[in-house]
Design a protein around this ligand. Structure first.
Ligand SMILES: NC(=O)c1ccc[n+]([C@@H]2O[C@H](COP(=O)([O-])OP(=O)(O)OC[C@H]3O[C@@H](n4cnc5c(N)ncnc54)[C@H](O)[C@@H]3O)[C@@H](O)[C@H]2O)c1
Length: 437
């Protein structure tokens, strides 16, 4: 095994640049401001509340993760954002309707000070939206250069030591890898030529990676997950993570499915349906954006259940995913899962899950953790795909030739072992035979 890298200190300010200032972004920003003021606890965030066991169970060493590894502290974080709408973060948080007015009032001046920079946006890729705060450029290359200027200006104006970028913009239409994504030189030619295969999210990703800034993707768009941008990250040192935050129904799916498989219970069908009324739901009402989301949501069961290894249990699984745009519910999504399972001697059973969740409340701590962990990766010189952050994503980025790991419990072990490795601590295998010697 390689030796642990040296990790640079987390001193100075960390600028967290969010693309899109909608429900997820404003809930993240307002949440961090509220936590910083002691108005509410950072529930759901591993970097703020998680502990990590070190050494043997008999040693009683379980520090908080944030005391174990050098992470940027919340009072050193500054937020910036781009959006196609001009509303500041206070107004945008009100539009998103996730957090209560009283909490927002308490942090109003800080939220009002966050005004979105003008966006790189093209309706071709998000058909249900349009807004006034959009950049003009001669080419996609020119737009990328304008984003780089924005980042440099932000960094200087806010006296930041480091930046990270997280795409929290809308889900774009479904795109597959094309020749323009295959190499960096093809990609750069395509940027100059305004090639249709380069959507807005790839222009942001390119700009961040070009600057050596860590980049994460909270949506299912291809974005940085193409060979050209992975090639660029290897030269500029940007750590990458994505895609599509694992919240709501998929989070529950990746908690239940590994349990059914561990006990060798068969699954004949898994029907998942949702109602969702926020702007994300409206964008996903467009079939082309929905297709991107559907692909991301459907793949998890195939990888967790491994039908190739267990054909009698999972080969004929019928997996259906539906999202219905239903405005009265706003951000408070309701999901129903009907799972048809079978056990000993093929006897059939059913499991029903009705999850009344708050999408952005589940997403915000992930955005925070991913931003802080990617900053850590940057300071530790870990470039390219950070598979140890799979824990947070529905479609984890992975090296070519590997299958992605979707099982939440394996992902959690991988994340914590990576932190132990980075600090030169023994990895925990859970073998435990030594306690009985
Ligand atoms: N809420 C969740 O739990 C969750 C989970 C997984 C993934 N996601 C994904 O995260 C993304 C954000 O979700 P949300 O609920 O905040 O949606 P939202 O619609 O509230 O916010 C998205 C924002 O992005 C802006 N935007 C779109 N394209 C842009 C561009 N090119 N440049 C700058 N801004 C742009 C929109 O104007 C909007 O304000 C979506 O893609 C969603 O699918 C959300």
């Amino acid at each position: 095994m390689k030796n642990p890298p040296k990790i640079a200190d987390a001193t100075g300010k960390l600028g967290v640049l969010l693309v899109g200032m909608g429900a997820v972004s404003t809930t993240t920003i307002a949440g961090v401001l509220a936590v910083r003021r002691g108005l509410a606890p950072p529930i759901g965030s591993l970097t703020q509340m998680g502990t990590i066991r070190l050494g043997k169970r008999t040693e009683g060493r379980s520090p908080l993760i944030k005391n174990f590894i050098p992470l940027a502290s919340l009072d050193r974080v500054v937020f910036g954002a781009w959006d196609i709408f001009e509303e500041n973060a206070f107004e945008a948080a009100k539009t998103a309707g996730v957090l209560e007015a009283d909490l927002l009032e308490k942090i109003r001046p800080e939220l009002e000070a966050i005004k979105p920079m003008s966006a790189v946006f093209d309706r071709r890729y998000v058909k249900r939206l349009d807004g006034p705060n959009v950049k003009k450029g001669k080419s996609k290359k020119d737009l990328a250069e304008q984003l780089i200027e924005d980042m440099r200006r932000f960094k200087k104006a806010n006296n930041c030591d480091r930046l990270v970028m997280v795409w929290c913009g809308s889900t774009e239409v479904f795109l597959t890898e094309s020749p323009a994504h295959a190499t960096l030189s093809a990609f750069e030619k395509a940027l100059e030529a305004n090639d249709d295969s380069i959507p807005s999210s790839m222009i942001y990703a390119y700009a961040a990676i070009q600057e050596g800034i860590p980049y994460a993707n909270a949506a299912p768009n291809l974005s940085a997950d193409v060979p050209a941008l992975i090639e660029l990250a290897a030269t500029t040192g940007s750590p990458l993570a994505g895609k599509d935050l694992k919240t709501g129904q998929t989070l529950i799916k990746t908690i239940i499915a590994p349990g059914l498989k561990a006990r060798l219970l068969g699954v004949e069908g898994w029907y998942s349906t949702n109602i969702l009324g926020n702007r994300d739901g409206e964008v996903l009402d467009d079939p082309e954006s929905f297709k991107t989301k559907e692909e991301s949501k459907k793949s998890v069961l195939d990888y967790i259940l491994q039908p190739n290894l267990y054909p009698e249990l999972y080969k004929d699984l019928c997996h259906v995913v539906r999202i219905n745009y239903y405005p009265p519910r706003g951000d408070n999504k309701e999901g129903w899962d009907n799972i048809d399972i079978f056990g000993w001697l093929n006897y059939k059973m059913q499991l029903k899950v009705n999850f009344l969740c708050r999408d952005s409340i589940l997403a915000a701590p992930i955005v925070l953790d991913v931003a802080l962990f990617l900053d850590l990766a940057g300071r530790a010189g870990m470039e390219g795909i950070q598979e140890w952050l799979s824990f947070y994503f529905k479609s984890p980025m992975h090296a070519p030739g590997l299958y992605p790991e979707h099982d939440l419990f394996i992902q959690s072990m991988k994340l914590k072992n990576t932190l132990r490795f980075l600090r030169g601590e023994d990895l925990i295998t859970h073998l435990g035979l030594e306690y009985y010697d």
